[in-house]
Design a protein around this ligand. Structure first.
Ligand SMILES: C[S@@+](CC[C@H](N)C(=O)[O-])C[C@H]1O[C@@H](n2cnc3c(N)ncnc32)[C@H](O)[C@@H]1O
Length: 217
């Protein structure tokens, strides 16, 4: 509920079955080492290393590959889908990655706690498109989210969105116009690996768009 007593509109649905014993054991063993406790969210980006936020990392294909190829920066993944969180914890352990931490929460809760101008890059790949008109209000990338993105990004920071849903790309481009400090720099995927949701979109014949916005220096 928000302060007016209204239920918040969420960009996700809880779709999970209870964890099995093996998944629970992995969670219990690794969570303490690989999560970023809420008490530390407010200090994110205060240190000397650049921080990249991956919002809605799903099964973590992008997060794991990008963090492995970029050891000089810290990657923080935020996701509400616990099965994905567990999969990625396993991946971090298997690859021996020291530069990834995970947060299991609604990205809005995290963003609201981060200080101004702290984050080097924010990426959200294939956020749920919510194609029905009555569900558009559930899309992650819209004014409320962009306001926080603009606030927490440092000058010169990058916001990178990828989607296979053309109307969502257009809606994001339209919404960004309200934030002149954020400019479309390029439509390039860069080092972003292909993910399950991207493969699905391609199978369905969708065009994939990468939108890279840069905050003014
Ligand atoms: C379609 S999946 C894409 C996953 C992944 N990025 C990929 O490309 O394969 C979108 C993910 O965003 C997550 N998500 C949606 N809203 C979120 C929010 N407000 N905070 C954190 N995660 C969110 C969902 O749980 C889901 O796993």
């Amino acid at each position: 509920m928000n302060l007016a007593g209204r239920r918040e509109v969420r960009s996700f649905t809880r779709r999970e079955r209870p964890l099995g014993p093996a998944a629970r054991a992995v969670h219990e063993r690794l969570w303490e080492h690989l999560s970023l406790p809420e008490a530390q969210w407010a200090r994110l980006g205060e240190g000397s290393r650049d921080v990249v936020l991956d919002i809605g990392f799903g099964d973590g294909e992008s997060l794991l590959t990008m963090a492995a190829g970029d050891p000089g920066r810290d990657y923080v993944g935020v996701e509400v889908y616990r099965t994905g969180v567990i999969k990625v914890m396993r991946g971090i352990e298997e690859r021996g990655l020291a530069n990834v931490r995970l947060i299991e929460a609604d990205a809005h809760e995290l963003l609201g706690k981060i200080g101004d101008g702290r984050i080097a890059a924010i990426q959200t790949f294939f956020p749920d498109p919510w194609p029905k008109t009555r569900h558009h209000k559930r899309r992650l990338v819209q004014e409320r989210f962009l306001k926080e993105v603009v606030r927490v990004l440092r000058a010169g920071g990058l916001f990178h969105m990828a989607t296979d849903w053309a109307p969502y790309a257009q809606a994001a481009l339209d919404a960004v116009k309200a934030f002149p400090v954020l400019a479309l720099e390029a439509e390039e995927r860069g080092a972003r690996p292909c993910t399950r949701f991207e493969r699905r979109g391609l199978r369905l014949g969708h065009e994939v768009r990468d939108l890279r916005f840069r905050k003014a220096p």
